[in-house]
Ligand binder design. Structure first.
Ligand code: ATP
Length: 648
């Protein structure tokens, strides 16, 4: 679309220039010439100059004038042609202080031109200035004057040591100061808006998403604030299983292990996996207090000390999510025989694949186990592939790839649970090279999947090709091909590797990877909620250490006087609220928001009333927080153990 052109003087009016006198116009270059290159009204009375050569440049024109509102737009001096540099400014203008945007610091144009060229060498490394690490105790909490600083709320004191001098303190008492300090949050970057930075609403209970407003109060459930009930239940069961003990188990106490608890679900002696009966116990390490799974090989006599050292050294290098980490191996006579023990990471409430998939349905030995869905099988394939990739890359072989030696935890997560045992047990008798053992791993892997897909224990898989053919009834040809590839011997002169297999199942690996990431995202989401709950719990615990305490440091009724009395009324306000008719108000939202507000110390007012309605205090959360911190620090000073958490 053609642009509409205006007569020059009209244009000038549009841009707000005062009308020019005719003589001046003659010297002034017509703006149509400047903008469009020509002026339609040149011959129709336009009084401006249309000869570009006659006037040197708009800048030159500008130099002849005094500085006024009609001045052309500001052009940085470094970009101006030489002629423009000679501009004659009035003495007043020359003396004017250079324009300095607030918060940007004094500009140094010379320097700016120099540094505008990208030069990585010129970029200085970030060095925190005043952060005194020595002042931070092992717990991460900064100890000042012997008083306790909550590691979570002491971010302020840490911030003051940082170069930006406490400008951004999440839990600052003074939020007005915080807001104004926002202008300096990006001190070196003039490009950033330097308006006041709003402090985040730390007084709100804030999980990732907003609370579901559309729900009626009676539809809101307590667990809306916490992790899903199923997840909590699973975690609690795991914790319970980890702490479970059996006082009269008759199991011995080993040199560095105690509280042995049997994990085997049957007491059949089975020597098929290692050539020795094996038993699994949960045990606690006396030194670290951590729980481990100890696998005992009954009646094993170690003939070569080097076996354990050499094998453990190699296997300790394997860190893979699908391999149970082995920590050490040792022999013991505490069980009344000569036993070999392997200490593995303990994964509570796991079942073996054998127990989960290949045993008849509960209580009914005639009902065949149900078929495993194909996506679950692919999940297993991807995980075992990942485990073998890590093991083979370290020039080791898994060797023990049986359904009874792979443990399953929630979400179809599996781990190889008996790696390294055969390497120790057959240290001297093994005649196969590592390449051969790795090839065997692939065949065992194929048979394991075949066994799971046909719901037949490996010992019952007599006709492998018939079992393979039967796969297509329930599963895709893709799955059958993958299993067939693993089981088939390599072509003469060739060898198969787990890498070849990975390229064959790449699409399934990608799908599995995506599911794993989604799972991780979901867990992170729930974790963030618990972060908020942790904050509430900390404040609640601190409050509980103060109220109803009684005497302290020779002060009788300490918790009923001074600041403590107001904190007690606050406790009532948060937890003992009642409706007008005296019915208890149990709004979890109220409790959480009050605790968050106390934590943030905001300026909102709170009215605290004594139970007999005789005394009323009106104070801000900020004042309340100051009392709270003061009182808790007083308590810490009197305590023998010092700050909570400081001693462990
Ligand atoms: N690292 C571990 N953490 C937690 N539990 C484990 C661990 N390793 C094995 N288990 C559990 O110990 C139990 C016994 O395992 P084991 O390998 O002995 O199985 P099994 O079926 O008894 O085999 P076998 O008949 O060969 O003895 C299983 O329920 C298994 O889930």
């Amino acid at each position: 679309m053609a642009a509409t052109r205006y007569p020059s003087n009209d244009l000038r009016r549009q841009v707000g220039s005062p009308r020019s006198k005719g003589r001046e116009n003659k010297d002034t270059l017509c703006r149509n010439i400047l903008i469009y290159g020509n002026c339609r009204y040149e011959d129709q009375g336009c009084t401006f100059n249309h000869d570009q050569n006659k006037t040197s440049s708009p800048q030159a024109d500008f130099t002849k004038k005094t500085f006024n509102v009609d001045s052309p737009a500001f052009t940085p001096s470094t970009l101006q042609p030489a002629a423009a540099k000679k501009s004659t400014l009035t003495s007043q203008a020359a003396n004017a202080a250079p324009f300095t945007p607030r918060g940007v610091g004094t500009p140094n144009l010379q320097q700016a031109t120099e540094t505008s060229v990208f030069n990585p060498a010129a970029i200085r490394e970030f060095t925190p200035q005043n952060y005194d690490i020595g002042n931070t105790n092992s717990n991460g909490a900064t100890q000042e004057n012997g008083l306790y600083n909550d590691p979570f709320t002491s971010m302020g004191s840490m911030g003051t040591g940082l170069p930006s001098a406490g400008q951004f303190n999440l839990y600052a008492s003074d939020h007005n100061a915080l807001a104004s300090s926002g202008t300096q949050f990006y001190p070196q970057h003039g490009a950033f808006p330097t308006g006041p930075l709003q402090p985040p609403n730390y007084h709100l209970y804030q999980p990732f998403d907003t609370y579901r407003q559309e729900l009626q109060p009676w539809q809101r459930a307590t667990y809306d604030f916490f992790m899903p009930a199923k997840m909590r239940e699973e975690l609690q069961k795991k914790m319970f299983a980890t702490q479970q003990v059996m006082p009269n188990s008759g199991l011995p106490q080993l040199e560095r292990w105690h509280s042995l608890f049997p994990l085997d679900t049957n007491n059949r002696k089975n020597t098929s996996s290692f050539g020795f009966s094996s038993w699994v116990y949960k045990a606690q390490n006396s030194r670290t207090g951590r729980h481990y799974a100890l696998r005992r090989l009954e009646g094993y006599r170690l003939t070569n000390e080097k076996a354990i050292l050499t094998v453990m050294k190699e296997w300790k290098k394997i860190k893979n999510a699908n391999v149970v980490t082995v920590h050490e191996a040792f022999t013991t006579r505490e069980f009344g025989d000569s036993s070999l023990i392997f200490a593995y990471d303990y994964h509570p409430l796991t079942k073996t694949l054998q127990e989960h998939h290949l045993q008849p349905a509960h209580g009914n030995r005639y009902r065949a186990p149900s078929a495993i869905p194909e996506n679950v099988l692919w999940g297993y394939i991807c995980q075992i592939t990942s485990a073998l990739k890590a093991i083979h890359a370290n020039k080791l072989a898994a060797r023990c790839l049986e359904p009874s030696k792979i443990i399953l935890s929630d979400n179809n997560r599996i781990r190889l649970s008996a790696c390294s045992i055969l390497d120790v047990v057959q240290f001297e008798s093994n005649t196969k090279s590592i390449q051969e053992l790795q090839q065997e791993d692939l065949v065992k892997f194929g048979k394991l999947i075949l066994s799971l897909a046909t719901c037949a224990p490996p010992a019952h898989l007599n006709n492998v090709s018939a079992a393979l053919e039967s796969l297509v009834v329930k599963y895709s040809a893709n799955l059958k091909d993958a299993v067939a590839w693993l089981i088939a011997p390599p072509n003469p002169g060739e060898s198969k590797s787990i890498e070849n297999f990975i390229s064959g199942i790449a699409t399934h690996m990608t799908t599995f990877f995506d599911l794993a990431l989604q799972d991780s995202d979901e867990k992170q989401y729930h974790l963030a909620r618990e972060l908020e709950n942790g904050r509430a719990a900390r404040n609640m615990m601190k409050l509980m250490t103060i109220v109803e305490r009684g005497d302290l440091g020779g002060v009788q009724g300490w918790s009923e006087t001074g600041d403590r009395y107001q904190l007690k009324l606050f406790r009532d306000y948060v937890f003992h609220r009642v409706e007008a008719d005296g019915k208890p108000n149990l709004s979890m939202g109220h409790m959480l928001s009050c605790l968050s507000k106390l934590d943030a110390g905001i300026d909102e007012m709170v009215v605290l009333t004594s139970r007999d309605n005789e005394t009323v205090f009106v104070l801000t959360y900020r004042e309340l927080k100051q009392m709270f911190d003061r009182t808790f620090n007083e308590l810490v000073k009197h305590s023998k153990t010092g700050a909570p958490g400081a001693n462990n």
